[in-house]
Design a protein around this ligand. Structure first.
Ligand code: GLN
Length: 493
């Protein structure tokens, strides 16, 4: 029997391809076969690039045969959230308005993965334009949580999380504006990191809210996280917001331990809204870190949880209303048929092309930026944002990392929150403030609920403190006394 490469981590695959224990082609075939078996149930992919994946894999194998010098992720099969511009296939953000749109260029992160000799499997499902917490806002299909197919995988990078959980790619990339990497990672039982604002180039990431968006990896473990971060981070002349700060070797952080590390526990993150089972799992993780030598201290983030959601929904909708203005039926994708003048064409294109949540946000954003309300809403939100940043500065004067839950609940049922946008917005209560403050965060699985659903532990770090986060997350992963296992429903498929 051939080795089932889809069970392996990115590091294991890379090593096997480099050493000649596997060819990139057999690894790619193993994953393509896996996708064929599991994806009809999970629905993580919106486009599978079979031929392209095999030709990329052959190119990697050819390179090895010729001179043997292979990239840091040689032969590793990756899935991309459909928010990244790719010359291959379509770039639609799972919106009807970008139906049939092909990008003439690759996003910088895609180029970097290409240089590292990754094999691209295709595009992954997401909430339309990354707006949502369940992937139910996709215009294409809902994605199912591999741990329970009746539940959501989280969102907006739900396809990216579900594909990793279902072994339908070795790792994936997502984007996080208010929690969209960390929350689906938590609900689907994988590791997901939102780096510091400016750590990763966003050239070729379709913009949702430009002062909040960041790209990051979703992986099976923290070792793979470090490997991928090494490849995607760093200054890019094509993105003026990317920071000119040297990129450390994140894999070196894997050797560190947590003795001497101070972990801050914000009282607000453990308040009543938190589900009891989640609280218990997160408290177990605190104990694990303490036993491994970390110190804990109580900290406070008074503005972050109280005002985070309200502030976020003013700023992100304002920015989205400006960013999405470009989808007007003229330059990209869909145009409404049979319109009688330009204005009518705009109105019909946008009404037909954007889904309900995107329309709601464009209207809200236009409202908070309108002349009579700008000071009352937008300007006020910017001031509160500064207070939230100060909360973190004060907390980080007492600790090295901040610990809490990633999400207030485990995966919820498909359809459970679609009628109530405010309930849906609350899914990000613990993740959103990191985007407002621009700081990095990571979610690591910390156990399963009674009903077998993954729980995520969130660690937040100082700006450009990804190394410390990886060190702490890896130390936790090494020291926890249980094995997360794999999603039962996708085993034996
Ligand atoms: N769920 C949040 C929203 O709907 C965050 C989305 C994201 O991070 N892209 O805006």
């Amino acid at each position: 029997m051939t080795t089932e490469w889809h069970n392996k981590t990115a590091r294991e695959i890379r090593d096997a391809v480099r050493d000649g224990a596997a060819t990139a082609t057999e690894v790619a075939e193993s994953y393509l076969d896996r996708i064929e078996r599991v994806d009809p149930k999970v629905q993580a992919y919106v486009d599978v690039w079979r031929d392209y994946a095999l030709s990329r894999a052959e190119a990697v194998d050819h390179k090895r045969r010729k001179d043997g010098a292979l990239g840091a992720l040689a032969g590793v099969p990756v899935g991309l959230k459909d928010v990244f511009c790719t010359r291959q296939g379509y770039t639609t953000c799972c919106s009807k308005i970008l139906d049939g749109y092909r990008s003439p260029f690759d996003a910088t992160v895609v180029e970097r993965l290409d240089t590292a000799d990754c094999v691209f499997l295709g595009k992954l499902n997401m909430d339309e334009f990354a707006m949502g917490s369940s992937t139910e806002n996709s215009a294409v299909q809902p994605t199912k949580n591999p741990w329970d197919l009746e539940r959501v995988p989280g969102g907006s990078s739900g396809g990216s999380a579900a594909a990793v959980a279902a072994d339908a790619c070795a790792f994936s990339l997502g984007s996080d504006t208010g929690g969209s990497i960390r929350q689906p990672a938590a609900l689907s039982g994988c590791v997901g990191m939102k780096p510091t604002y400016g750590r990763v180039s966003r050239y070729g990431l379709v913009a949702f809210a430009s002062s909040l968006d960041q790209i990051g990896p979703l992986t099976k473990n923290t070792e793979d996280l470090a490997l991928v971060m090494n490849v995607i981070c760093g200054r890019d002349p094509k993105d003026s917001t990317s920071a000119d700060i040297p990129v450390p070797d994140y894999t070196a952080a894997l050797a560190g331990d947590v003795s001497g590390l101070t972990v801050g526990l914000p009282e607000e993150f453990f308040a009543d809204a938190l589900d009891d089972e989640i609280r218990a799992k997160v408290n177990d993780a605190v104990k694990t870190l303490e036993e491994a030598g970390a110190k804990t201290v109580e900290v406070s983030l008074p503005h972050a949880t109280e005002y985070g959601i309200a502030t976020y929904y003013i700023i992100c909708t304002a920015e989205a209303s400006a960013n999405l203005a470009r989808f007007d039926g003229v330059r990209y994708g869909y145009r409404a048929p049979e319109t009688h003048d330009m204005r009518d064409m705009y109105v019909r294109t946008k009404s037909q092309g954007f889904g309900a949540e995107v329309q709601r946000r464009i209207m809200l954003g236009t409202y908070v930026l309108s002349s009579g309300y700008y000071d009352a809403y937008y300007l006020k939100a910017q001031k509160v944002r500064a207070l939230i940043r100060r909360d973190f500065d004060a907390a980080f004067s007492q600790c090295d990392v901040i610990l809490g839950p990633t999400s207030p609940t485990a995966a919820f049922r498909i359809g459970e929150k679609t009628q109530d946008p405010l309930q849906m917005y609350l899914s990000d209560i613990y993740t959103i403030s990191a985007n407002l403050a621009g700081i990095p965060g990571v979610s690591v699985p910390c156990g399963l609920t009674e009903s077998g659903l993954p729980v995520g532990l969130q660690l937040l770090g100082k700006p450009f403190g990804e190394e410390t986060l990886i060190r702490a997350a890896h130390a936790y992963e090494r020291n926890r006394d249980f094995d997360m296992g794999r999603p039962p429903l996708t085993q034996g498929i």
